[in-house]
Structures are given as C-alpha cells and as structure tokens.
Design a protein around this ligand. Sequence first.
Ligand SMILES: NC(=O)c1ccc[n+]([C@@H]2O[C@H](COP(=O)([O-])OP(=O)(O)OC[C@H]3O[C@@H](n4cnc5c(N)ncnc54)[C@H](O)[C@@H]3O)[C@@H](O)[C@H]2O)c1
Length: 336
Amino acid sequence: MGKIRLGLIGCGGRAKAHMKSWVKMENVAVVAVADPIEERRVAAAQMFGCTNIYANHTELYDNCAKELDAVIICVEPTAHADIELRAIELGIPFLVEKPMTLDLDFADRIAAGVKEKNLITCVGFQDRYQDLTDIIKEEMPKHKPGGLVWGSWVGGIPGVWWWQKKDDCGGQLVEQNIHLLDELRYLFGEPLSVYATASRGIVKAGEGASAEYDTDDHSTAVFRFPNNVTATLVSGCYIKPQQNARRPRCGLYITLEDIIFDYRLRNNLIIETPAETRDIPRKADQTETLDVAFIKALETGDRSLIRSDYEDALKSLKICFAANKSMETGEVIYFD
Ligand SMILES: NC(=O)c1ccc[n+]([C@@H]2O[C@H](COP(=O)([O-])OP(=O)(O)OC[C@H]3O[C@@H](n4cnc5c(N)ncnc54)[C@H](O)[C@@H]3O)[C@@H](O)[C@H]2O)c1
C-alpha cells in the first residue's frame, strides 16, 4: 500500500502538534495544506515539501479532493463552516479537533452524514490514547467501584484570539476541560446528571484581556455517574502568567475505597494502595499515539483503533453544553 495522503485544514497551534507526528511517519504524506494566514500555510507546506497550498478549505477541496485519503481539521470552534459537510459529500475520512463545533444542530447533521457514508472519523481527545489512561483503565475494574473524583484544569487565559468571548470558544469546560469530562466518560461510562456554576469578575474586560472579554473566570461542574461515582470538575482561566510557576495542578484525583489514582495531566500517575505507592511517568506522547491509531485505521479499516469517533465525541460535547445550560439556569440537568 502507498502512503496515506493527508490534507491539512488549519495550520495553527494544534495542527503543529499533529504535524510533528506526520513528519515522523514514513507511511504518511501531507499533500495539501490550507490556512487563511499565509505565514502558517507556507510554514506547514515547507515542513512536508508540499506544493498544494491554499487560503481555505474550499480551495483545497476544489483542487485536491481526489488526491486525499483523509483531511485533518484544526480550525477554531466557530470556523467549521462546511468543512466536514464537504468531506462527507466527497467521501473523505477526517480527524477533527475538539470541540468539533459550538452548534449542536450542525454537529447532529455531521454525525448523521458520517453514519450514512460510513466514514472513518477521529476526534482529538488525546487523553484516551495515553499510556497512563491505559493503566487506570486496566487497574480500576479490579477494585470495588464507587467514590469521589476531583478534576481540575486551572491556569491563565489561553493565547488564541477566540478565547476572549464565550460565544467564540464555548467557555472553558466546552473548549478545554472537555478533555477531562471525556476522560471521565471513558473511565466511568455515561453521566446521569450535571449541576454547574460559573463566575466572572476577576478578569476585567480591557485589562489584560480584550475589551469584549466575557469568558467565565471559573466554573465548577458536579457530574453523577453510575456506581456511586461523583466527579467535580473545576475549570479556571484567571491565573496571571507570572504565577504560572506555581500553577495549580491539573488532572484527575480518583479515590476508590482501596485505591487512589492521582492522574497528573499528561505527565505522571501516582497510584496509592494500602500496600504501596507507585509513581509512573508518561512514556509516549499521546497525540502521536492518536495520530498513529488514525493512520492505522485508514490503512486497515480497523475502526476499533479509534477511541473517540465523531459520534462518541458528540456525547462529550453535548454533556459540556448541558453543563453550560446548568451554569445559566441554576438547574440540575438529567441525562436520559
Ligand atoms: N486536542 C487538543 O489537545 C487540542 C489542543 C489545542 C487546541 N485544540 C483544538 O484545536 C482547534 C484549533 O485550535 P488552535 O489552537 O490550533 O487554534 P489556532 O487559532 O491557533 O488555529 C486555527 C487555524 O485555523 C485556521 N482556519 C480558520 N478557518 C479556516 C479554513 N476555512 N480553512 C483553513 N484554515 C482555517 C486559522 O487561520 C488558524 O490558523 C480548536 O478547536 C481547539 O480547541 C485541541
């Protein structure tokens, strides 16, 4: 089989992480790139010696669709336009970054189209592919279920322009802490309910943020899961950059009756039992593992390698939007 030929739509921050994978993989060729920002698309093209360089996804599809085995979609949450719809129409599998959109009706249309065309899809929930996650997933069922989970993702304001308004990023739970919500679903199954609160006022619009800044400073979401598991996810983006040296710890702290999993985000996992304490470092880069899984799935047709496809990822997205609704209404949202 020849190389898997990829088209890259969006060449910003997240695309760079995927590009590091593709450049190492001998069975992958990036044959087309697109980004409205010239400097970004040119830099991406140079990395792969690619000559098909476009200002947007429409030009890329119009000129190169036949040459592509898949597209990689790394655009900002409100920029998805018809990127996935055209991939579906053209029968092109895709890897798309979370959150796949901020429009749930649009996401339902994509999910239906993917199903109809039976397309391979993959969403960038990188934590699912981590060696540390594999360890928790294997070890946890050996212990009595039930307990409390504390999850946190607290830091400063991310540098992308689209973080400044909640309507552009979806809020921190939808845009960022969706990773830990998705990890909770991967470990504990589907949540039964969510209650969430949010707060603003620490970051002031126009002071270290844009004049329109209205993203919440922090939020707290309490998720009930089956088997007496309750998880509290806190999200915060108000810590000043100079304080990052003592940045609060991000990750999950899972406490069962006879074991604790202290998952320190994408770095290490401390497992404590009455008999021992083990501190396990992360061995592999989980984005690379995800990328390898997607390429292997394309090569072999084996979809079981993909741990989060569009349909499954949409469940995480809907749950985070339900939490947003709870923040707005003060009500508990129950899932069917
Ligand atoms: N999985 C992860 O861990 C992870 C990490 C970071 C970001 N992300 C997600 O990846 C997505 C992109 O984030 P980012 O940090 O790279 O943002 P970014 O703003 O750095 O890059 C997005 C790029 O998409 C380009 N773009 C917009 N519309 C386009 C179009 N029609 N055709 C081609 N290019 C287009 C923009 O010009 C920009 O360069 C977001 O949804 C974000 O949440 C995921």
